[in-house]
Ligand binder design. Structure first.
Ligand code: GRF
Length: 224
């Protein structure tokens, strides 16, 4: 049994907050030994702020519109985050692009979830991209954030089938359910110090997981 104190994490979001809810649920059920010290949003209207408040998690707003440029916004965000001394900063639907200084400051302790099987379908509207490309399979990826947008080392992926007649709504709901499974799990791996980054590849418990049938050397499957 793990008796260590729960790891402090900070979550950044701009919208709905369903991944935040999944993380809070995993903490509450004892699956994730972490403590959400703060939820920070650039968007004062983000519904995710209500999700946090309902769980008794402190919320803070750093509104990008209050700063003259991205560097000033990033600095204010860093100051706000660092007051909570997080072991890990979790992007959960955070819709601002972060600058190089910010990313460097949190190198190795900043993660994101992206709704595609990276490196496929980077950027926005990933479900529409997948449908337009005729993809048979789609999914979500948790990755370390680097200055390569949606290109950082992948920690975990979840695959879902693309079904005949799928719409963006149906496909995105299927992917979102998978996101809610893998994000708490990937955070658990991080806070339990089971992840290492080597040469831009992520290892779990010191090993790649080729037996799980994934394609690249840095892919770790949903299992475990
Ligand atoms: C998710 O689809 C996530 O993959 C993407 O933004 C969305 C956030 O959804 N980065 P929610 O706010 O967690 O519901």
């Amino acid at each position: 049994m793990n008796t260590a104190a729960p790891a402090p994490i900070v979550i950044l979001l701009s919208g709905r907050g369903s991944n935040l809810q999944a993380i809070l649920d995993a903490i509450r059920s004892g699956e994730l030994p972490a403590s959400v010290r703060a939820v920070i949003s650039n968007n004062p209207q983000a519904p995710g702020l209500q999700v946090a408040a309902a769980a008794g998690v402190p919320t803070e707003i750093v509104d990008h519109r209050s700063y003259p440029d991205r560097a000033a916004f990033d600095r204010a965000l860093m100051t706000t985050i660092d007051r909570h001394q997080p072991a890990l900063v979790v992007l959960a639907g955070f819709m601002r692009i972060l600058g190089a200084d910010f990313i460097q400051h949190y190198a190795g302790r900043l993660i994101n979830i992206h709704p595609s099987l990276l490196p496929a379908f980077k950027g926005l509207n990933t479900h529409a991209q997948a449908l337009a490309a005729g993809a048979r399979e789609h999914g979500a990826s948790v990755h370390f954030v680097t200055s390569d947008l949606d290109g950082g080392p992948v920690i975990a992926q979840a695959r879902v089938p693309v079904e005949p007649g799928d719409t963006v709504e149906r496909l995105s709901a299927r992917v979102l359910a998978a996101e809610h499974r893998i994000y708490p799990k990937a955070i658990r791996w991080f806070v339990e110090q089971r992840l290492t980054l080597r040469n831009g590849h992520v290892l779990l418990d010191g090993a790649c997981r080729p037996e799980q049938g994934l394609t690249g050397p840095n892919r770790i499957a949903e299992a475990s």
